[in-house]
Ligand binder design. Structure first.
Ligand SMILES: C[S@@+](CC[C@H](N)C(=O)[O-])C[C@H]1O[C@@H](n2cnc3c(N)ncnc32)[C@H](O)[C@@H]1O
Length: 491
């Protein structure tokens, strides 16, 4: 296993990797490699060919990306001697005859290098895998903002904790797997982050009684009858583990703090899945947004999870398809859904919302934040508050007037669009379209309703009802946001 013989030498090794251009972009651009070695070695030959050059980057990629031995004499001649001895001292590589053999991978991820097990280097239920698609999704969905104390539950290699470190005063990463924590501590040293600590234990056990300004979790959520791998398979029946995390997290959240979790959950035969998540969160004291990513029937889900297990260890998952499927059927699971659950602790009347979002982008976190803000205005403002408030367009929202030449000549359609990562669009008739242009933050809804009443020759009361309906719909789609009260803010 990896050891930190000296923080300084591990940190220097990290700097050396960066100097050599050991980043995901450079590995793709210069060497044409983007996938580590597969368990069945299908891509071994191309990986060896592409890492056969005589540069430091080629050698580092062969050792730590392909996870394949390199000639010791080449390593001594081409690599920085201090970096090579640091790698030997911490157990990242070992000398074996005329070769230097890797003992772990270094996966470039964002600006970091992340040490983890390679599937051809280590076999065991406690294997520690590198960043996955759900790791990336969690990063994309992270609500922006700085925090005092961040908790990264089920930290694995520590990758999410390390990413959160620059925006937190302190980060705690927890994991039940001691091997994972060794990787995580090593990765903190490798990437020069010293405001992160890692604690061993299940779920929230290591941090009982603590409060955090942010909690993130990419837990083991695969539904499986037998737990083959600690990193992927739920330690409780069906979706019991993510349910437990959703139930327990609020008691560790400070007011206005966010909990975000990648998860999978079941839909039982004849039951709407929404009710299930609502029941987990209804007494949480939190506003809740579910980003629903996908839904698969039991057969497709079983195929996916069996293949993923085979991808880690082909022998483990042999013949598992039938037993996994039968287990889901016995439990009356019709389908399984996956997505991101975001909860924000807030005193007051809480809301629960669901959005479809098949793919997360880098800006999804900002869009989630926008959604929380607008739905909270909707839930916490009375009719009078909404009439007195002044609204303006939110970032990413636009009014669009489109003319299309159809059979009856030019047909004009109007809409309001929010082009953020959680895209939304509402068609508007020409009168409403005109009203929307008045939402420029200068006048209150009540004042605008006054103009609308005159314009359409309708009563003030009717104009206000219509304006309020529209303001509510616009808040729902995060098209508008209230302008802060300048008097209250002393401006
Ligand atoms: C899917 S991996 C996520 C790793 C990392 N956070 C990431 O995003 O790449 C899930 C992690 O949860 C850990 N884990 C499994 N059961 C746990 C439990 N009961 N309590 C805490 N962590 C657990 C595993 O050891 C593994 O490191």
């Amino acid at each position: 296993m990896l050891t930190i013989a000296s923080q300084k030498s591990v940190r220097s090794l990290g700097s050396y990797l960066a100097e050599c251009g050991y980043t995901a972009d450079r590995l793709i651009e210069e060497l044409g490699i983007h996938e580590t070695l597969s368990a069945d070695l299908q891509n071994l030959e191309p990986l060896l060919e592409k890492t056969s050059g005589r540069s430091a980057l080629h050698l580092l990629a062969r050792l730590f990306f392909a996870g394949w031995p390199a000639n010791a004499a080449d390593c001594t001649r081409i690599l920085d001697p201090d970096a090579l001895s640091a790698a030997l001292a911490c157990g990242l590589v070992r000398q074996s005859g005329s070769d230097v053999e890797p003992c772990a991978l270094l996966v470039p991820f964002k600006e970091m290098a992340v040490a983890c097990d390679g599937i051809t280097l280590y076999r065991g239920p406690d294997i520690v895998m590198g960043p996955s698609s759900s790791t990336r999704k969690m990063l994309y969905c992270a609500v922006p903002g700085t925090g005092e104390a961040t908790l990264d539950l089920c930290t694995g290699t520590g990758v999410l904790a390390l990413n959160a470190a620059p925006r937190s005063s302190h980060v705690v990463g927890t994991d039940v797997n001691p091997r994972a924590l060794q990787f995580a501590r090593f990765n903190a040293a490798l990437n020069g982050l010293d405001n992160v600590e890692f604690l061993c234990g299940s779920a929230f056990e290591p941090v009982e009684g603590c409060t955090f300004s942010r909690i993130i979790a990419n837990p083991p959520f695969f539904l499986a009858p037998v737990r083959t791998f600690t990193f992927s398979d739920s330690p409780m029946a069906l979706d019991g583990f993510v349910r437990k995390l959703a139930l327990d997290a609020p008691s560790l959240l400070a007011e206005n703090a966010f909990f975000q979790m990648a998860c999978e959950w079941v839909q039982f035969e004849g039951e709407p899945w929404e009710q299930r998540l609502q029941s987990w969160t209804k007494d949480s004291g939190c506003d809740v947004l579910v980003l629903r990513g996908w839904q698969r029937n039991a057969i497709d889900y079983t195929e996916k999870t069996t293949n993923e297990a085979k991808g880690v260890d082909p022998s483990c998952a042999k013949g598992q398809f039938a037993s996994r499927l039968q287990w889901l059927r016995n439990a009356k699971v019709e389908s399984v859904l996956g997505g991101i659950l975001t909860m924000r602790k807030r005193c007051g009347t809480n809301w629960f919302a669901i959005l479809e979002a098949s793919e997360a982008k880098e800006s999804t976190g900002s869009a989630i934040r926008q959604k929380f803000d607008s739905l909270t205005v909707l839930a916490s403002h009375s009719e009078q508050d909404l009439l007195n408030a002044r609204f303006r367009f939110a970032a990413g929202a636009e009014l669009i007037e489109r003319a299309v030449l159809g059979e009856k000549g030019w047909e004009v359609t109007n809409s309001v669009v929010n082009e953020s990562a959680l895209k939304d669009e509402v068609r508007l008739d020409s009168v409403v379209f005109r009203f929307m242009t008045l939402l420029d933050g200068q006048r209150s809804t009540r004042e605008i309703a006054g103009s609308v009443a005159k314009d359409l020759a309708i009563s003030n009361e009717e104009a206000q009802t219509r304006c309020l309906q529209l303001v509510r719909r616009m808040l729902q789609g995060s098209f508008i946001q209230p302008v802060p009260d300048q008097v209250a803010n002393g401006r």
